[in-house]
Design a protein around this ligand. Structure first.
Ligand code: ZN
Length: 313
């Protein structure tokens, strides 16, 4: 299944260990505020939370179980959205539900108004953001653009989220979309920080890798002749390879190169900015990153050999 980046981040978050009880409460509070619907019936309250992510459903269930003895039902909904299955967590009318929600801060003592409590400790503020992201957050694939958002129908919650982000030096902004409040981050650095804050360490690394590769591409495009100092390692390597290949081609022509090296050399010349993985994928048969690296090193060694000869001659 080709998962979106949002799904990956949520999968990772959903697997984090449940630590301090204070944080479990804060995460559940964030998650419910982000996505739960409270129904007030004659018989009592009912809470329903739906999500497209099976891991988020599991997480929600575990959060509840860790701090309550409420009876929780998980199910797959008959309807689908955006071609994804929809899952729900249901807490039906039962003794203790209202008290639990009040204690959690989701409800004020009055059933009809939402609580306004905000977590204070740093560990809990992070957990709250994690919960909110699990419930109503999304992040675009960094290959496309940098955008992370939290959506809520509640203006006050949006203001709180912005304040929480500011507390971590993140300049979150707000925009209104239909009747919803969208709190978002646009800067790559800030999104990376946010991912770390909420505990998505692996996703942050993946995010950073994409950023580096994109940055390298831009750099190589700007510095085609590789004459500028202070290049980073990846650009430096690409430049070294290009120099070597140009020298070899000048001396012996592409045809003069052994066949396995010829294709790699041609691809590198045509695509100075491509990553090793991308180059390898275009070979027939395809070659992994280290295989491509090995061939490029051979080309460099050949070029170095030619240079040595030239000096002696
Ligand atoms: Zn905490």
């Amino acid at each position: 299944m080709d998962k979106t980046f949002s799904f990956k981040v949520k999968d990772e978050l959903a697997r984090l260990k449940l630590e301090n009880l204070c944080c479990v409460r804060s995460e559940l509070l964030g998650l419910l505020r982000a996505g739960a619907v409270l129904e007030v019936k004659q018989s009592g309250l009912q809470l329903i939370f739906t999500t497209e992510s099976p891991s988020v459903v599991r997480r929600t269930f575990l959060l509840f179980k860790k701090i309550s003895s409420l009876h929780i039902k998980i199910s797959r909904e008959p309807r689908r959205i955006h071609d994804h299955n929809l899952y729900s967590v249901r807490v039906d009318t039962q003794p203790g539900l209202k008290e639990f929600l009040i204690q959690l801060g989701f409800l004020k003592s009055d059933v009809y108004s939402e609580g306004t409590v905000m977590p204070r400790m740093e560990c809990c503020r992070r957990s709250y953001l994690r919960g909110f992201f699990l419930g109503a957050g999304s992040i675009t694939n960094p290959e496309r653009s940098y955008h992370l958002e939290l959506v809520t129908g509640n203006r006050r919650h949006a203001t709180h989220l912005i304040r929480l982000c500011r507390g971590f030096d993140l300049r979150a902004r707000r925009v209104e979309r239909k009747d919803r409040q969208v709190v978002y981050l646009k800067e790559g650095d800030e999104i990376a920080t946010f991912l770390t804050l909420i505990g998505a360490v692996t996703s942050r690394l993946e995010f950073e890798n994409v950023r580096v590769i994109k940055g390298v591409r831009n750099q190589v495009n700007r510095l085609v002749n590789c004459e500028t100092a202070n290049l980073n390692k990846t650009v430096e390597a690409a430049c070294r390879q290009l120099d070597a290949i140009r020298l070899l081609v000048a001396k012996m022509g592409l045809e003069g190169l052994p066949k396995p090296l010829r294709e790699v050399a041609r691809l590198r010349l045509e695509q100075p900015e491509a990553t090793l993985k991308e180059l390898g994928a275009q070979l027939n048969p395809p070659l992994g990153k280290s295989g491509v690296n090995h061939r490029l090193r051979k080309l460099e060694a050949m070029a170095a050999g030619l240079k040595e000869k030239g000096k002696k001659g």
